[in-house]
Design a protein around this ligand. Structure first.
Ligand code: ZN
Ligand code: ZN
Ligand code: FE
Length: 747
C-alpha cells in the first residue's frame, strides 16, 4: 500500500531508455525538477536514465509533460516508463552516482564542437582561449573515450585528469552547461598538447603555434583527432599533396579536405542548404560535393566531387582556422591499414608525417571520419564511423533472438552485435588482409561488447572460406552461421528500413562468394531476412590471372571482348594479350558475375583506366566522365530461374561506338543507362513490387538515381541505403539480422 502520510504529495519512479547518456540528460532533468520545486534524484544506470521524483501533484504532472519535450537536442528517447511510488518528503533534487552493471544502454556518438565552445576558444578573455580540448554537454568526444558503462568520467579515458576547482564547480552546477559533461577540462587541468619534430619537443600553445607554422610551410603534420590520427597538409599546395600521396602509398584514391566553416566549404565545392546542415551537424561527416576545382587536382584525381568536412574537434578547428584554410585531412595510416590511435601502434607516423601533434588523452576506440554521399535527394553513407557509431539500429519488428556477433567481410570490414531487437555496428575497421588489421578487428569486437555488456552466443560470418573474418569465426567455440555475401547485402538494406521481406534484392558489387563456389556480384535475389532464392544474375566474365584481373581492368575488357566475339583492336597494342587469350579459350579464368567487373571492362574500353590503385576506381572515374542522358545499349534476358542478363550485345554496340569515334563521356553515359535498364527489365520479369538496391555499385550516384527513377516509373517501391553503406561496410548488419532470423526460426 502506498503511504499517504505526506498530504498533497505524489512520487514517481521513471526509467528512460535510448540515447540518454552523455547528452546532458541528467542536468536537464535536474533543472526541470528544481524549477518546479520537486525533490528526488536522477542517475545513469546500465540501461539508461533512472529517476525518482516527488512533490505537489500539479508540479509532478507538469514535469512529466515537459520532460520528453524539453529533453536535450542530442537525446533520443526510445522508452519512457513511469511508475507511482510512495513519497518520502524529499524536497531537494540531485544527480546521484551511477549504478554500474550490464545492459543495453546506448552510448552516444562523438559530437563535433558546438558554437558556444568554439566562441570560447576564440575569445582571448575566456579561460579556455585556444584550449584544444574544450567541450560541454552538447559536444565533445564520447564513444571514442568510453571504457565501460554507465557513461561517467571514471569510466572514460578522462579518468586520469583531476578536475581543477573551476572545472569542478562547472561540472557540479546544474545551471551550468558543463554540468556532468564528462570530458570537461581546461588549460589548467586538462590534457596537454605535444609536438614532436625530429629531436625537438614542444608543448601546449607552443606546440599549436609550431604546428600551424609547419602547415603553412607545406609540411605534413600528423594530428591526433577524435578517433585516431589524421595527416594534415595544405590542400592548395600540389607538391605537398603529392608528397603525402607518395608516403602513404596512395597514388589516386581521393583525399578529404577540412575547412573551418560552411563559407570556406562553398569556396571549394557546391554546397546547398541541406548539405550545409549536414556539414554542420554534430557528426561532422565528410560529404562528397561537386568540386569547384580550387584545391589541387591531386586531391581527387579523375573525379568531379570532393570530400569536404568541418572540424570534428576543437584542435582541428584551431589548426584550420589559424593555419591554411583548406587542408587535406586523411586517416593517419599506410594505405589499407587501420587508423593509428596511439604512439605504440605499428604504423610509424614518423615515416608518414614531418611532425606529430599529439596529446595525452587516450583514444579508447578507433573511429575514422565518416563519409556520406548525397544520392537521390538524401544521403548514403560510404563509410560509417565517427559521429554515427555506436547509434543502435532498430531491427525489423519482432525480430529477436540470441546475442549475435557478426564479423563482416574482408575489405571495408565492420562488425556488429545484435540482441533484443537492436543492432550496434562498429566503426570502419579496414581491410583484413593487412597484418595490423586483425588486432583492430578484435579491438572493435571487444569495445562493442564492453559498451553493450553483451556476450555473443552465436557468430555470423560470410560464406567465403578465405576471409580472415570467416576463419576467425570458425575458431570460436560458438555456433557459426554463414551468410551468403549478397544475401547479407540485401538484408542490411532491408533492416535499415525495418522491412522483413520478401523483396527483390538487386546486389551489384565487385565480388562475393556464391553458393556454387563462383564469384557472384550481379545478383537478383528474392530475399527475406532468413533466406533467399537466386532469381537472376549478370552474365559472368572470366577473371584472367586471379587478383591481377582486379588491379588491371584491361584484362576484364579483354575477357569481355573475347566473350562477345569482338576483335581486340580497342585495346592498346602494348598489352600482353596473347597468353590471356589462351587462358580464356581454355576457360581457365575464374567466372565472375560482379557488376563491378563489367564497370572495369567498360572503363578500360573507354580508355579511362587500364589499371587501378584502389577498389572501385574504374567505376568512380567512369561515373565522373559520364555526360547527362544517353540511351541504353542492347542486352538480353535469357533462361528462366535464374535468368541471365546477357551483356554481349552491350559490348558489341559499345565497341562499335568506340570504333566510330564516339567519345568516352557518351559511352560512359550509355553504359550507366544500360545497367539501370538491366535492373528495370530484371525486376519486370520477376514481377517485383519492392526492390532493395545494394552492393558497392550503388555508391554510384548516377546508377542509383537512374535505376530508382526507372523502377519508380513502374510503380515499384525502391529501398536504398541511408543508414549503413551499400558496400561491404554494411555487410555485418545483414549477417547479424539473417542469423537472428534463422535462430528465431523464421525460415
Ligand atoms: Zn560545446
Ligand atoms: Zn580545469
Ligand atoms: Fe560486397
Amino acid at each position: 500500500m502506498q503511504s499517504f502520510e505526506l498530504q498533497d504529495r505524489r512520487a514517481a519512479e521513471i526509467r528512460i531508455r535510448g540515447v540518454v547518456q552523455g547528452v546532458g540528460f541528467r542536468p536537464a532533468v535536474c533543472r526541470m525538477a528544481r524549477a518546479r520545486g520537486l525533490g528526488g534524484w536522477v542517475r545513469n544506470d546500465a540501461s539508461g536514465v533512472h529517476l525518482e521524483i516527488e512533490g505537489p501533484p500539479e508540479a509532478l504532472d507538469d514535469f512529466l509533460a515537459v520532460l520528453p519535450v524539453e529533453a536535450p537536442v542530442a537525446a533520443r528517447i526510445e522508452a519512457f516508463e513511469v511508475r507511482p511510488v510512495a513519497p518520502r518528503g524529499r524536497t531537494r533534487f540531485e544527480v546521484v552516482a551511477s549504478a554500474p552493471g550490464p545492459g543495453h544502454a546506448a552510448v552516444p556518438a562523438d559530437r563535433g564542437p558546438c558554437d558556444r565552445c568554439l566562441a570560447e576558444i576564440e575569445d582571448p578573455s575566456n579561460r579556455r582561449h585556444r584550449h584544444p580540448f574544450v567541450n560541454c554537454t552538447d559536444c565533445g568526444p564520447r564513444y571514442t573515450l568510453v571504457e565501460a558503462l554507465p557513461y561517467d568520467r571514471e569510466r572514460t579515458t578522462m579518468r586520469d585528469f583531476a578536475m581543477c576547482a573551476a572545472c569542478r564547480a562547472e561540472y557540479e552546477d546544474p545551471a551550468d552547461r558543463r554540468f556532468h559533461a564528462e570530458p570537461v577540462a581546461c588549460p589548467a587541468c586538462g590534457p596537454r598538447l605535444a609536438l614532436t619534430l625530429g629531436e625537438r619537443r614542444l608543448t601546449d600553445d607552443a606546440a599549436l603555434e609550431a604546428a600551424i607554422a609547419l602547415l603553412r610551410e607545406g609540411a605534413i603534420v600528423a594530428v591526433k583527432g577524435v578517433g585516431g590520427y589524421t595527416l594534415a597538409v595544405d590542400a592548395t599546395d600540389p607538391e605537398a599533396v603529392a608528397r603525402l600521396r607518395a608516403r602513404k602509398r596512395r597514388p589516386h584514391k581521393p583525399l578529404a579536405v577540412l575547412v573551418a566553416d560552411v563559407d570556406q566549404a562553398r569556396r571549394i565545392a557546391v554546397v546547398n542548404s541541406a548539405h550545409a546542415e549536414l556539414l554542420r551537424s554534430p557528426a561532422r561527416p565528410i560529404v562528397l560535393l561537386p568540386s569547384r576545382g580550387v584545391v589541387a587536382p591531386e586531391v581527387a584525381p579523375g573525379l568531379g566531387e570532393i570530400g569536404v568536412f568541418l572540424p570534428p574537434s576543437p584542435l582541428q578547428h584551431l589548426l584550420v582556422r589559424h593555419g591554411p584554410p583548406v587542408q587535406v585531412a586523411t586517416s593517419g595510416n599506410e594505405e589499407g591499414q587501420p587508423i593509428v590511435i596511439g604512439e605504440d601502434d605499428p604504423t610509424p607516423l614518423a615515416h608518414l608525417a614531418d611532425a606529430v601533434l599529439s596529446h595525452d588523452r587516450v583514444i579508447r576506440a578507433r573511429a575514422d571520419d565518416s563519409v556520406l554521399r548525397p544520392i537521390g535527394g538524401a544521403v548514403t553513407p560510404l563509410r560509417r564511423a565517427r559521429g554515427y557509431v555506436p547509434d543502435a539500429i532498430e531491427l525489423p519488428h519482432g525480430l529477436e533472438g540470441p546475442v549475435v556477433l557478426a564479423v563482416g567481410g574482408q575489405i571495408k570490414n565492420t562488425v556488429c552485435l545484435a540482441a533484443g531487437g537492436r543492432a550496434v555496428l562498429s566503426a570502419h575497421v579496414g581491410d583484413l588482409g593487412r597484418p595490423a588489421s586483425l588486432a583492430a578487428f578484435e579491438a572493435a569486437i571487444g569495445h562493442l561488447q564492453r559498451l553493450t555488456g553483451l556476450t555473443p552466443e552465436v557468430v555470423a560470418c560470410d560464406a567465403h572460406p578465405d576471409y580472415a573474418s570467416t576463419r576467425w569465426a570458425w575458431r570460436r567455440a560458438l555456433p557459426v552461421i554463414e551468410v551468403q555475401h549478397h544475401h547479407a547485402h540485401v538484408v542490411a538494406c532491408l533492416a535499415e528500413h525495418r522491412h522483413s521481406g520478401p523483396v527483390v534484392g538487386v546486389a551489384f558489387d565487385g565480388t562475393g562468394y556464391g553458393e556454387d563456389g563462383s564469384l557472384w556480384g550481379g545478383e537478383f535475389l528474392l530475399a527475406d531476412v532468413a533466406g533467399y532464392e537466386r532469381l537472376g544474375h549478370l552474365r559472368s566474365l572470366q577473371l584472367l590471372g586471379g587478383a591481377a584481373a582486379v588491379r588491371q581492368p584491361w584484362r576484364t575488357a579483354l575477357a569481355a571482348l573475347l566473350d562477345a566475339g569482338e576483335p581486340l583492336d580497342l585495346l592498346p597494342p602494348h598489352l600482353p594479350c596473347e597468353p590471356l587469350c589462351r587462358l580464356h579459350a581454355h576457360r581457365l579464368g575464374v567466372p565472375a558475375h560482379g557488376a563491378g567487373r563489367w564497370y572495369d571492362a567498360v572503363a578500360a574500353l573507354c580508355g579511362v583506366r587500364l589499371e587501378v590503385t584502389y577498389e572501385g576506381q574504374a567505376a568512380a572515374e567512369l561515373e565522373a566522365i559520364a555526360r547527362p542522358g544517353g540511351t541504353p545499349y542492347p542486352f538480353e534476358l535469357t533462361g528462366n530461374t535464374p535468368f541471365e542478363v546477357d551483356l554481349r550485345p552491350t559490348i558489341r554496340a559499345l565497341a562499335d561506338d568506340r570504333r566510330r569515334g564516339v567519345g568516352p563521356e557518351i559511352v560512359a553515359a550509355r553504359f550507366h543507362e544500360t545497367l539501370a535498364w538491366v535492373v528495370r527489365e530484371g525486376c519486370r520479369r520477376v514481377g517485383a513490387r519492392t526492390v532493395a538496391l545494394t552492393g558497392g555499385c550503388f555508391q554510384n550516384r548516377r546508377l542509383t538515381e537512374r535505376t530508382a527513377a526507372l523502377l519508380q516509373e513502374d510503380g515499384v517501391r525502391v529501398l536504398v541505403h541511408r543508414v549503413v553503406p551499400p558496400g561491404d561496410g554494411g555487410l555485418a548488419l545483414g549477417q547479424a539480422v539473417v542469423a537472428t532470423a534463422r535462430c528465431a526460426g523464421r525460415s
